[in-house]
Unconditional design. Sequence first.
Length: 635
Amino acid sequence: MSNYHIKQFEEYFQVYRKSIRNPEQFWEEIAEEHFVWRKKWTNVLSWDFKKPEIKWFEDAKLNITENCLDRHLRAQGDKTAIIFEPNSPDEEAQHISYRQLHEKVCRFANVLKENGIGKGDRVCIYLPMIPELAISVLACARIGAIHSVVFAGFSATALSTRINDSDCNMVITSDGSYRGAKTIDLKGIVDDALEECDCVDTVLVAKRINTDINMKDGRDKWLQPLLDEAYHDCVPEIMDAEDPLFILYTSGSTGKPKGMVHTTAGYMVYTAYTFKNVFQYREQDVYWCTADIGWITGHSYIVYGPLANGATTLMYEGVPSYPDFGRFWQIIEKHKVNQFYTAPTAIRALAKQGVELVEKYDLSSLKVLGSVGEPINEEAWHWYNDNVGKRKSPIIDSWWQTETGGIMITPIPYVTPTKPTYATLPFIGIQPAIMDENGDELKGNQVEGRLCIKYPWPSIARTIWGNHQRYKDTYFSVFENMYFTGDGALRDEVGYYRITGRVDDVIIVSGHNLGTAPIEDAINEHQAVAESAIVGFPHDVKGNALYGYITLKDSGESRNHDNLRKEINQLITDRIGPIAKLDKIQFTVGLPKTRSGKIMRRILRKIACNETDQLGDTSTLLNPEVVEEIISNVV
Ligand code: PRX
């Protein structure tokens, strides 16, 4: 029995039990048999959730790109590693073989070195979904530089905050990007961001949309001529198992974004192993994940996990709606996609368009359908199952987080019987716990509470860049000796898990993780605003949308409220990005507060969700009268 590829339900239980009984031995075997090491570890795992400190495969030496590229060259150098499908269906797709990808990564790595980047330096990547994005990520890993990819939908302010937080020396961007029928001036955004950053010496610019852009002398360089001149091979930097591989920012309930730090060996082992099993990837398959590499899903399941398995991974530059809402299905037909991994918000948006567009295309290549990023509602699940999978491709509803690095709770297709809206069972090696509010574990089935993980897994983030205390406070201090996920979950009568949603002030909008605090900070910058509070409310496509309660400094002010709403959303777009715009804005005379002055978001959430019969006792508030006023003026 190979523990690397699970094919039957009974086998899942056997391997799961083994992975729990002796995690060190289990992961050691997986690591030993399926990866290339320059030096073996001296110790598989040491951990202490109190400090917290977690180390996997201590003292081992490796380079992740040797595992993702070099080792495939001999047996399958001509196999397609990346299929690039451009924004426009009129532009030809590119097929980049493992050999070509290896060369491109090596050239890029040499360009990085020639521009002063070395091991441990931070490089910010702000690119659209073009091959240079995957290549630059791998080029950083080749030389041991730490990549920090920032999703190219974030604003200049959001970008500069992230560049400064991790003190990046270089930014890699493009002259612009295509997004459906629109083009976006990415380089202009980078220029604005860099007004606020002193740490960046070099900006490498890929050409994509061929517009005239401003190139700052001594700082900005066109990428292509440098790549053309660079040497085609690059000896990989030998990294320690626990050397940081990348930083990826995620929202917190308060304060600035958290730069989650992932390290090399454990991340590689876990993303590769989950990829193989969760997608049941077979050698000739074409796999497509629709996420952007700017999010963790793209890091783990477009780049590292698939490439470590020698898979063919498709990168799509555009949006689901361009040139029409049949684009995803057209791509599946065109490239004969076997595994398709997307987000519930995309499924809901496409379901709205009716089934005609799906039926137009031949989707018979599909074997596995994936869902990630937010809870998938029953209706979307069935639509996906009936119309895309034709009831023959299992849906894997995979729960995980930026912090977990890889998929944590998920069915294994053709192995685990699925159940709509349930992420089902923990993946191999994962030990979930459901906790009550007093910090006690709820054992047995048919329980609901807060989701924690009891034991480390190889790809858990090791710290928050520059703020280990915050890492400890956020994830390891709420429940003793446990990693706290921030999510609620229930376990049903057979032990299946269902994720019920965030239990903190993070709101998932269209699968994007948004913290309320930075949005409120942006709103409060408006000179007319005194105070604000953001909550989520259900939305039929986005899952959740944002509802803002805003108190103006001068409540009797005669300003046009519609204009104010526009200005406020513009501010949010400028400070964070369009993904954080508010769907509803209600101007209020005050916000409900506790006697200690804390805003009662729970009450505001109930009002926004139209559940005013469940407000509970409001009489102990500092200002109970505002609740009535807010209810009578809901938008
Ligand atoms: O609330 C959970 C939700 O997304 C959060 C993590 O967001 P992020 O770090 O951006 O990573 C998203 C992609 C891995 C989780 O805390 N979430 C993710 N997947 C699911 C989910 N909620 C329910 N079901 C899922 N399958």
